[in-house]
Design a protein around this ligand. Structure first.
Ligand code: R5P
Length: 324
């Protein structure tokens, strides 16, 4: 049971997820009015008192990233001026996360700029999922959580009951993620040698590791244009993989991702609902696993000042029993 003075508010980016979280917490979302002026500016008003409350605002900065970010900042400003006790921004997908360093002279570090903006808006804490690179968490100087979905996805893989599997990272940058999956599932790993000649273009040349005759599970943080996973799937099949599945936390699915997935070698693509996926993108190969129970538990524990470690320990214990 949640203590008093708890409020959960949703922006417009992923109201379905916020409703699911509210359901898990057995509470109602706090009503908020969000609308646009004719010139495109955003207006926001919280429709009940939040004075002295511990407030959680759910708003992934998914496409349209800039618009959803601005809406988050405006919601936080509206809250800050309404005397809550604390405000936590729950940003299940952190847009601009991939611009985390300078790769050429005179480039910005936009992931840091966005962290500055969110922090300056007046939040006390931020909860995020599977950041593109873990160090983005350090761009915030307030308490932050970067939750992973490894136990959720590993359970999906374990439920298949397959013996000869390999966990594959679609690029060298994702090797640590693949290794974590492989450790939990007691499986070998392979890495696809991916290059990016320019943004949104993926070229693959080689596979490091043995995939011959195995069911390959590609694991990634983001599927954007789906160039990375479909190119990776092609080369895995070329190197003798029996079949390929792809799992990614965030389904951004910019054009032409859905067309690419539909015509690819991939048997099934699994994402979470950190980003709301429109109906027209829900092709038969696509499966969405909800993070709402995990997010609800995280919010509850944050509100009650309880550790999160035990939640993951329990999830891993359950998984170990399944795999044994
Ligand atoms: C890149 O480093 C990321 O981890 C993803 O692999 C990438 O953002 C996916 O983009 P796309 O689907 O456009 O290839």
């Amino acid at each position: 049971m949640l203590k008093n003075h708890f409020k959960l508010i949703s922006g417009t980016a992923n109201r379905k997820l916020a409703e699911d979280v509210a359901k898990n917490l057995k509470i109602q979302l706090t009503p908020v009015e969000i609308k646009r002026f004719h010139d495109g500016e955003i207006y926001c008003r919280v429709l009940e008192s939040v004075r002295g409350c511990d407030v959680y605002v759910i708003q992934p900065t998914s496409p349209d990233a800039s618009l959803n970010l601005m809406e988050l900042l405006i919601m936080v400003d509206a809250l800050k001026r309404s005397s809550p006790d604390k405000i936590t921004a729950v940003v299940p997908y952190y847009g601009y996360c991939r611009q985390d360093k300078k790769t050429k002279p005179r480039e910005p570090i936009t992931a840091k700029l966005v962290a500055n903006m969110i922090e300056t808006s007046g939040i006390n804490r931020v909860i995020m999922f599977d950041l593109h690179v873990a160090q983005v968490q350090g761009f915030f100087d307030i308490p932050s959580d970067n939750l992973d979905v490894i136990p959720v996805f590993a359970e999906y893989i374990a439920n298949k009951g397959l013996k000869n599997i390999v966990i594959v990272s679609p690029d060298a940058g994702g090797a640590a993620r693949a290794r974590s999956f492989a450790k939990v599932l007691n499986a070998p790993i392979a890495i696809v040698d991916k290059r990016r000649p320019e943004p949104n273009v993926a070229k693959v040349q080689n596979v490091i590791g043995d995939v011959k005759g195995k069911t390959a599970f590609l694991v990634d943080d983001i599927i954007d244009t789906a160039g990375s996973i479909t190119e990776a799937a092609n080369i895995l099949i070329k190197f003798g993989a029996k079949e390929v599945y792809a799992l990614a936390t965030h389904g951004v699915f910019s054009k032409p991702a859905i067309e690419r997935i539909a015509s690819s070698e991939i048997k099934e693509v699994v994402v979470t609902n950190t980003i709301d996926i429109q109906k027209e993108k829900m092709i038969s190969k696509l499966r969405v696993i909800s993070i709402a129970p995990l997010l609800a538990e995280t919010i509850k524990r944050t509100h009650e000042g309880l550790p999160m470690g035990v939640v993951y320990e329990n999830l891993y214990r359950k998984l170990e029993r399944k795999i044994a």
